[in-house]
Design a protein around this ligand. Structure first.
Ligand SMILES: Cc1cc2nc3c(=O)[nH]c(=O)nc-3n(C[C@H](O)[C@H](O)[C@H](O)COP(=O)(O)OP(=O)(O)OC[C@H]3O[C@@H](n4cnc5c(N)ncnc54)[C@H](O)[C@@H]3O)c2cc1C
Ligand code: SF4
Length: 564
């Protein structure tokens, strides 16, 4: 059967942003093709280990060390237990997909339909005006071409569909959204909140805003508080492309999904200056095909999209699309951090039910509305954390008792432990960049990406300050034995990568305009994290989603007006 190669729109990538682009484009009447390099995966039937209990886990759930070292040396080091025996099939095989490190770097990525929407932590926060104005105020990075007001209605549009549980707080620098009922704080978190807010009036402790449903929503079931979401969830109780955006797009009858389709490059007609098609390598057969469309949305994740743009070289774009000024691949930013832990005595009679799939958050309070007199760094950080009883597996491992004594020990809940982990803003710097390494070819004969990224002096000073503040807050909340731990000190480990194809007013210093449209190629839009001109202090994916739906709305209007 002859395959169709002509569509109204092509979306590259099926993760968080690609899913949204497909939903909005199909719902606005366009015939859409999604090209996804990863394997196919069916919502519900595909989550093979979703209900596997721990006692049936292979190797008793312990890491398969030889396999991990050989096939997943990078992915298996991902923080917060996001890589495990239960979901390793979602992650990319590092041996088959190598990359180069001018400086040590972790590139965490999936290789499956749905991308990292399956494995993300679902923390969903709006960025405020402080975040969008930061570059203009202190001159690091270029001015964002948009402000909070440009995104506010699109944040609402996204939140209403994905379902975010959370608590409005009425803070200008930390905008509220459209929320389902919040998850409950534990008794110690409530005490933490009361004690920290009493001591520091500029600090707010709130429950994490998370794209897990606390009530039925949009035909999806509520969360069962198991916190094993990154295996996939048949209830659709957390937002992923597979549970939410792709089914909505499929419902229109206008979506075609092509998995195992590695996008090599985008073709641009030098005469019309428009993107004409997308060149694809079939991951299984190696066959090459070109698909054509009137409009293209590049949503292959921050580094994936930069890679495709760099690979798209032609006479008109000799250094890759949008790279006339050598900005493409530069100004990479992420979140860096430090964490503090402490034991909280006095709540031994209190407990909680279930495994809540979120934590608590303290929005940025440093250098807001001007430089704090005692701060020797630029910009700020927020904290995410929580307080819970140490889990019984630790108790079991640490108990030196036998028989009845051991049984008694492991039947009791552990100590209350509270922790605060900083998410610090990294300054945009031109030297933090990713390039194509022509001397080292990877899968499909494509050049590997070469990462040259390091945290600088400002990040180090900010992390020192964050550590001191976390320690002070835990102590004020009554914590004993407070300890600091360096976290997210290696670029890549935060998995909040941003930049590389930043938005801006001026084509000479940015890749995209205020509508995520590539300067000079008006039917090509890039709406994932590569578009970001700075990193803010809260998780970024909700902002990528808002940017995507806003860009689709603009693109379809332009298409209908004959301007694309
Ligand atoms: C463990 C973990 C926890 C996280 N927690 C949070 C959180 O709490 N909150 C938050 O905001 N963010 C979080 N993130 C980050 C979040 O997952 C990403 O920001 C988000 O998924 C980015 O969306 P995306 O569409 O740009 O990329 P992805 O979701 O990664 O999707 C990109 C897709 O493009 C495909 N692709 C790449 N290259 C090509 C190519 N050449 N051809 C075809 N297809 C291609 C990939 O296979 C992938 O499916 C977390 C990430 C991880 C891994
Ligand atoms: S904790 Fe909730 S969202 Fe996560 S897998 Fe269980 S039911 Fe689904």
């Amino acid at each position: 059967m002859k395959q169709t190669t002509q569509f109204d729109a092509i979306v590259i990538g099926s993760g968080i942003t690609g899913g949204w682009a497909a939903k909005e484009l199909t719902e606005k009447g366009l015939k859409v093709l999604i090209l996804e390099r990863g394997k196919p995966l069916e919502h519900q039937t595909g989550y093979t280990h979703e209900f596997t209990p721990p006692w049936q886990a292979p190797n008793q759930g312990l890491p398969e060390r030889e396999l991990y070292a050989r096939e997943y040396p990078v992915q298996s080091k991902i923080e917060r237990g996001a890589f495990s025996w239960a979901n390793r099939q979602y992650w990319i095989n590092d041996r088959q997909n190598p990359y180069q490190e001018a400086k040590p770097f972790r590139w965490h990525r999936t290789d499956v339909l749905g991308g990292r929407s399956l494995t993300w932590g679902r923390q969903s926060y709006r960025w405020g005006d402080d975040d969008f104005k930061a570059n203009a105020r202190d001159g690091h990075g270029n001015d964002w071409p948009i402000r909070y007001a440009d995104l506010a209605p699109w944040y609402t549009h996204v939140e209403k569909f994905i379902g975010v549980s959370g608590q409005p707080e009425g803070l200008e620098s930390f905008p509220d959204g459209h929320y389902l009922p919040p998850m409950e704080m534990t008794a110690v978190e409530r005490a933490l909140k009361q004690r920290i807010e009493a001591k520091w009036q500029d600090r707010r402790v709130t429950i994490g805003r998370v794209a897990n449903l606390t009530v039925p929503h949009e035909g999806r079931g509520p969360c069962q508080n198991r916190n094993i979401c990154n295996r996939g969830c048949s209830f659709g109780a957390y937002f992923s492309s597979l549970s939410s955006t792709l089914p909505a797009a499929q419902k229109t009858g206008r979506l075609t999904i092509r998995t195992n389709s590695v996008v090599e490059a985008i073709d641009v007609d030098p005469r019309t200056k428009r993107a004409t098609g997308v060149r694809v390598i079939d991951a299984q057969s190696g066959a090459r095909t070109t698909f054509k469309a009137k409009v293209i949305f590049l949503c292959a994740s921050t580094y994936g999209s930069v890679q495709v743009l760099l690979q798209s070289r032609s006479a008109a774009h000799p250094n890759g699309i949008g790279n006339h000024s050598d900005v493409l691949g530069r100004y990479l930013v992420d979140h860096h951090g430090v964490a503090a832990f402490g034991e909280i005595p006095g709540f031994e009679d209190r407990n909680y039910k279930g495994r809540r799939a979120t934590g608590i958050l303290i929005p940025r309070f440093r250098n807001l509305g001007g430089q704090d007199a005692d701060a020797d760094f630029t910009r700020g950080y927020g904290f995410q954390g929580g307080a819970m009883r140490d889990d019984w597996t630790n108790t079991a491992a640490l108990t030196d008792d036998f028989g009845a004594g051991m049984k008694h020990n492991i039947a009791r809940p552990g100590k209350w432990v509270a922790f605060l982990g900083a998410f610090g803003e990294q300054l945009p710097q031109a030297h933090n960049r990713v390039t194509l390494d022509e001397n080292n070819k990877g899968g499909f004969g494509l050049p590997q990406l070469r990462f040259d990224v390091a945290y600088g002096e400002n990040e180090k000073r900010m992390a020192l300050d964050a550590g001191k503040q976390a320690e002070a807050m835990l102590k004020a909340a009554g914590a004993a034995r407070v300890q600091l731990a360096p976290v997210r000190t290696l670029p890549g480990t935060s998995i909040h990568e941003m930049g590389g194809a930043r938005m801006g007013h001026d084509p000479a210093s940015s890749v995209l305009n205020a509508r995520n449209q590539v300067h000079g190629v008006r039917n090509l839009f890039v709406t994932d994290g590569s578009a970001m001109a700075s990193s803010g202090t809260v998780n970024p994916s909700l902002t990528y989603m808002a940017l995507t739906v806003r860009a689709v709305d603009f693109a379809v209007a332009e298409l209908k007006a004959g301007r694309l």
